[in-house]
Write a protein that binds this ligand. Structure first.
Ligand SMILES: Cc1cc2nc3c(=O)[nH]c(=O)nc-3n(C[C@H](O)[C@H](O)[C@H](O)COP(=O)(O)OP(=O)(O)OC[C@H]3O[C@@H](n4cnc5c(N)ncnc54)[C@H](O)[C@@H]3O)c2cc1C
Length: 283
């Protein structure tokens, strides 16, 4: 059994990193969990002109952060959280891994591509973001998967192990899968439609009847990750101390809404860490 951490920080970007750095200085035990350390949004920035004392591109930014993380002894655990369950302690699942923490800081960023029509409406009624969590519900059914990058190919193969047929709408070129029951499509998904549950995925090529749609992408909507979490539109609702409606759960960075900028994400990561520290001192 893994240890129960004081805080689990979910998200490998600047908000999550700053939270981890602050927790380290506060001498709290923590797990910094993320799909990738620092991540594409940092590496892809052509020129960062609005982060104090930084003059250069995202790669320079990431290199400086790596150097600092190593010097401060901030370790990173690779993993994509697929469920956060409130309680004392919180449980965070990532594939077959289960972690527990007395508090959680959610710093999972935003999905730059946004949601397609009906995606949020049908969440839990045929729309899912996690193959491992929900794949078994679609045994012998026809489903669709909207696949953001080759990183999610394994999840499509996993779905193919349950479903009769998987229609994979891959948002990247040259997609291929070994399972025979996966059909690759190139048309862009436009909308999820249905009644009580999902009935079809509407694409550029027409309407495809399906029982479920999996959106396999980097940042799932926070409410899909953590049941009962209050949001305003797609952003997590927080107080000035970055607390959410769930005691012990804090949020920071792009996940809490605009402006989408490094400085704001770092500041919120710091505040969330201090607030988690104060919360833990009281409970
Ligand atoms: C091309 C580009 C250039 C930019 N240039 C600038 C700029 O010059 N100046 C500026 O201020 N801002 C810029 N931004 C915006 C800036 O990148 C964001 O505001 C900032 O990265 C937000 O940090 P964050 O930590 O909140 O989220 P992110 O950087 O998005 O980090 C979130 C991380 O969490 C991971 N994650 C998501 N879901 C999960 C999960 N379930 N489990 C585990 N990990 C998960 C993601 O993979 C990601 O690595 C730019 C953005 C882009 C795309």
């Amino acid at each position: 059994m893994e240890q129960t951490y004081d805080v689990i920080v979910v998200g490998g970007g600047i908000a999550g990193y700053t939270a981890a750095l602050t927790l380290k200085s506060l001498k709290r035990s923590f797990l910094w969990l993320g799909s990738e350390r620092f991540g594409e949004k940092l590496l892809k920035a052509e020129y960062v002109r609005n982060f104090p004392a930084l003059v250069g591109d995202g790669k320079l930014f990431a290199a400086r952060l790596s150097e600092q993380a190593e010097r401060e002894g901030i370790s990173f655990t690779h993993g994509r959280a697929d469920g956060i369950y409130a309680g004392m302690p919180f449980t965070v699942t990532a594939g077959d891994k289960v972690y527990t923490g007395r508090a959680v800081i959610l710093a999972t960023g935003v999905d730059a591509a946004g949601a397609v029509a009906g995606e949020r409406e049908f969440l839990g009624r045929g729309v899912s973001y996690c193959a491992v969590c929900d794949g078994a519900l679609y045994k012998d059914k026809t489903i669709a998967a909207v696949v953001a990058s080759p990183k999610f190919a394994e999840e499509v193969e996993y779905l193919a192990g349950y479903a009769a047929e998987v229609h994979a709408f891959c948002l990247y070129p040259n997609a291929a899968f070994s399972a025979k029951n996966v059909t690759v499509h190139t048309g862009k998904p436009r909308a999820v439609t249905g009644g009580l549950r999902v009935e079809a995925l509407v694409t550029e090529g027409g309407e495809l009847p399906v029982s479920g749609v999996f959106f396999l992408k980097e940042s799932a909507p926070p409410a899909a990750l953590c049941g009962g979490l209050e949001t305003e539109g797609s952003a997590v609702k927080t107080g000035r101390d970055m607390s959410t409606n769930l005691a012990g759960l804090f949020a920071a960075g792009d996940v809490t809404g605009r402006p989408y900028q490094y400085v704001k994400a770092a500041g919120e990561g710091l505040t969330a860490a201090y607030s988690a520290h104060a919360y833990l001192s009281k409970v």
